[in-house]
Structures are given as C-alpha cells and as structure tokens.
Design a protein around this ligand. Structure first.
Ligand code: IMP
Ligand code: MG
Length: 170
C-alpha cells in the first residue's frame, strides 16, 4: 500500500490547532464548555484541541456514519450514542468535526441537538471543503476537494493513525 501524499504536515496541524485553541478560549464567556466529538474521525483532533484550550472542558462523543467503505457519502447519516439532555442542557456545546464535505452530518446533528436546550451550539471543524455553504464558527483549514486521510480521517477504516493529513494516490 502506497503512503498518502502529505497535504497538511503534523507540524502545520499542531500550529493551527494551537491558534484555534486561543481563538476558542477568547470566543466563549465563562461557563461550561462541552466539546462534543463526532466519532470516529474527530478523535485525534479533539484530543489535541482539548489540550490547546486553556479552560476546563467537558468531553462528550457522538457517533455518526454515512460513508460505509467508499469515498462518497451515502447521504443517510446514522447517529448513535447521543449524550443525555442533562449532560448538554444549559451549556455551551461545541461540535468537533474532522471534515465538512456535503454538510449532511452537521445538518442531521443540528436537528437532533436543537431540542437539547444548550446555551449555544456551534461547530469547530478541522477541515472544510467549502463545497456547500454550511457555516462553521471555527475552521482549521479550507481544504481542496480531494479524499483526505490521516489524523483521524479514514478510507474504509484505514489510515486514521497517521500523524499527518494526506491524499490517497489515485
Ligand atoms: P458530510 O456529511 O458530507 O459533510 O461528510 C462529513 C463526514 O464524512 C465527515 O465527518 C467524515 O467522516 C467523512 N468525510 C468527508 N470527506 C472525507 C474525506 O475526504 N476523507 C475522509 N472522510 C471524509
Ligand atoms: Mg466524521
């Protein structure tokens, strides 16, 4: 298996996450801040971002899947493991995504979380392909429309462990 070609190196990712941590710290008033990671893709980003944000945060996860084993979204987003209303209600909730592509995952999450009566509901995504107008309050990189892997992102379950983000050889 050929190694993916580097698009964002580990130091570039670390630098941007350090910046994002500061931006997020300054953006929120005092009070409970919940980082709600969308599994599995966000696991590495969330772990680094939580350490770049200086204030204490509550960590929660939700599982979303739509891709199966391919590189095209099926369009149907399956959500599971939704946190309880008690764990999110009245708090600032920041959804942590790996990448926004067609925007279906965030649309679905928004509609499900709308009933949770959070103090605020915003999104921080590491990557945004900018193919759709889906707004994210915080974005790491506006990225090219390649299928990207590494640093949490997978192709059919592979490559998530890579410390960098790369493009699959075509
Ligand atoms: P959307 O619902 O089409 O915005 O897709 C969002 C989800 O699809 C992301 O959370 C990823 O898990 C996955 N995804 C989208 N683009 C890529 C990619 O280039 N590489 C790996 N996963 C991707
Ligand atoms: Mg994902």
């Amino acid at each position: 298996m050929q190694a993916p070609r580097v698009v964002y190196s580990a130091p570039e990712i670390a630098h941007r996450i350090h910046e994002l941590g500061g931006i997020i710290d300054r953006a929120y008033p005092q009070g409970d801040l919940v980082l709600l990671g969308v599994l599995k893709g966000s696991f590495m980003f969330l772990a680094d971002l939580a350490r770049a944000i200086r204030r204490p945060t509550q960590i929660e996860f939700i599982q979303a899947s739509s891709y199966g084993a391919g590189t095209e979204s099926s369009g149907t987003v399956n959500l599971s493991g939704l946190p309880t209303r008690e764990s999110l209600g009245g708090k600032h909730v920041l959804v942590i995504e790996d990448i926004v592509d067609g925007g279906n995952t965030l649309k679905r999450l928004n509609s499900v979380l709308a009933s949770h009566l959070t103090a605020s509901l915003e999104v921080c995504t590491l990557l945004h392909k900018r193919k759709v107008a889906t707004e994210t309050r915080f974005t790491g990189f506006s990225c090219p429309d390649y299928f990207l892997v590494g640093y949490g992102l997978d192709y059919a379950g592979a490559y998530r462990h890579l410390p960098y983000i790369g493009r699959l050889p075509s």
